[in-house]
Design a protein. Structure first.
Length: 307
């Protein structure tokens, strides 16, 4: 009898599978990408530039983003516009969206890549738990603010860089900001990624018939700078014990390019991919009743419910 992994563990098999690639050019396409100065975002930006796409990078660090923009121009002769925004501050997300809408008459692809992991509870100026704000609320808000431009530019695609970390769980709609529970960094991360996945299904349903698709993807077990905001012990643990086991994020850039450009992906929406392999998420991330509640709460927390 052939042994089959249960759904909960199928990600192990998928992570080792041969991944799909796309050679379709993206010349003339405008791609907005967040967190493009290192790791997954940087490799995605480089691959998109190699494919001819015009980049709009939303980054936190001005110097790093300017260095990346110069490198992309030198290597690919592709311009990469820079918009500075710290996703810990939702007002800066709103300002970034305004700048993009003012300067770009079309958006073909939106890639929400910015992410953070914290081992201790940190709260934003608005009182939101930091990881939930950066990983979910900021991308949720940015997507909403750019949505009409994406619809006007259709066919268009939205890619949420999610994580197998959603399987950690941790999402409690009655304690989003971890005021009632003992904080756990892995479950906080899992909560943010679960919320993002739950709203992907809601976005997909609302975008049905618009020719705008939205999908989520795990970018692979690759080397990134996520977590470098934590203390020295975590950074040393990550550097010497975790990073040596991880892969080159070039594979992530290739997978994101496939999802952004492949013709066969044009009408695929509301799916979760392990790199380029269609995969079933954890059951708690498929609860549509919870998804509707998270959608409404996210609308309220980002101020969108007041518009």
């Amino acid at each position: 009898m052939k042994f089959e992994l249960p759904d909960e563990l199928i990600f192990i098999k998928n992570s080792k599978a041969v991944q799909k690639k796309s050679s379709t050019l993206m010349t003339g396409k405008v791609c907005v990408i967040t967190g493009a100065t290192s790791g997954v975002g940087l490799e995605a930006a480089k691959r998109l530039a190699r494919g001819g796409a015009h980049l709009v990078m939303i980054c936190r660090n001005k110097q790093k983003s300017e260095d990346v923009s110069k490198k992309i121009w030198n290597d690919y002769k592709i311009s990469a516009d820079i918009v500075i925004a710290d996703f810990r501050n939702l007002d800066e997300v709103r300002t970034a969206a305004d700048i993009i809408l003012k300067n770009h008459k079309k958006i073909d692809v939106l890639i929400n890549n910015s992410g953070i992991h914290s081992t201790v509870p940190v709260f934003t100026r608005e009182g939101f738990e930091l990881v939930f704000c950066v990983n979910h609320l900021a991308s949720f808000l940015l997507t909403h603010l750019l949505l009409n431009r994406l619809k006007d530019s259709a066919p268009a695609r939205i890619i949420q860089i999610n994580s197998e970390g959603h399987r950690f769980g941790g999402l409690d709609i009655n304690d989003i900001n971890w005021k009632k529970r003992r904080y756990n960094g892995y479950r906080s991360y899992g909560a943010s990624k679960t919320a993002q996945l739950l709203t992907v299904w809601e976005f997909a349903e609302r975008l049905n018939g618009t020719n705008v698709t939205i999908n989520a993807m795990h970018p692979g077990d690759v080397k990134t700078n996520i977590g470098n905001n934590n203390g020295w012990f975590y950074r040393m643990f990550n550097r010497f014990l975790i990073r040596p086991l991880l892969k080159d994020p070039v594979m992530s850039g290739e997978a994101i390019y496939y999802l952004a450009s492949a013709p066969e992906m044009e009408h695929t929406s509301g799916r979760f991919f392990n790199l380029t392999i269609d995969e079933k998420p954890a059951s708690h991330a498929l609860d549509r009743n919870l998804g509707e509640r998270i959608w409404n709460l996210s609308m309220k927390m980002t101020g969108l419910a007041d518009n």
